[in-house]
Design a protein around this ligand. Structure first.
Ligand SMILES: CC(C)(COP(=O)(O)OP(=O)(O)OC[C@H]1O[C@@H](n2cnc3c(N)ncnc32)[C@H](O)[C@@H]1OP(=O)(O)O)[C@@H](O)C(=O)NCCC(=O)NCCS
Length: 161
């Protein structure tokens, strides 16, 4: 599959879904969709993300949106990270969201397929992500795509005095 194509599975009560590179003019919709999940409108953050991942034409950094019924209904962001945590270069997906009314119609699956296609052209053969233990929904989604527990464990500590 390629960016700009359509997917039969993503047709339902709604029109066809297509996936393409994000444009600066999509940011208002992206900010709105993100706010439905997080409850926070992070304008500065999203403009900075667009600058880092949306601008230019680099397959190793991708900011994609899904479009349906003439509007942006979801987004995904990923990149190739080289030798982080001592691991050979691999792909990371670190944000994926679909507007609630357009969920469970294959939109996120379609976006992840297109993201993976782009990452493969960068030469990586592994996709990783990190998610909150409590987020059963995102865990179900990633497991449905074939992702399984990897070889790393997250660690953290407080930096308070
Ligand atoms: C997770 C999310 C991206 C899935 O988007 P989607 O377009 O609905 O996903 P798809 O339709 O492609 O679903 C693919 C598979 O995921 C799983 N899945 C999706 N929604 C699910 C749900 N509500 N309950 C259980 N499994 C679910 C299913 O296995 C599904 O396959 P199926 O349709 O054959 O059953 C979407 O629900 C979302 O945006 N949630 C909030 C995201 C979030 O918390 N982001 C913050 C961390 S980045």
């Amino acid at each position: 599959m390629s960016a700009g194509g359509t997917d039969r599975r993503a047709r339902g009560k709604t029109g066809e879904v297509s996936v393409r590179k994000a444009r600066r003019t999509d940011l208002e919709r992206v900010i709105g969709i993100d706010a439905t999940v997080t409850g926070i409108e992070k304008d500065d953050y999203w403009h900075s993300v667009f600058h880092r991942y949306g601008a230019g034409n680099r397959p190793e950094r991708q900011f994609l949106v899904a479009e349906c019924d003439g509007q942006v209904v979801g987004f995904v962001i990923g990149e190739v990270r080289d030798w982080e945590f001592g691991a050979p270069p691999c792909g990371w997906v670190f944000a994926i969201d679909v507007q609630p009314e357009y969920r469970q119609r294959g939109v996120a699956s379609r976006m992840l397929d297109v993201l993976c296609e782009g990452l493969r052209t960068s030469g990586v053969r592994k996709l990783r992500t990190m998610l909150s233990r409590d987020n059963v929904l995102i865990l179900s989604f990633f497991r449905s795509q074939g992702m399984r527990t990897g070889p790393f464990i997250p660690l953290e500590m407080d930096l308070d005095d």
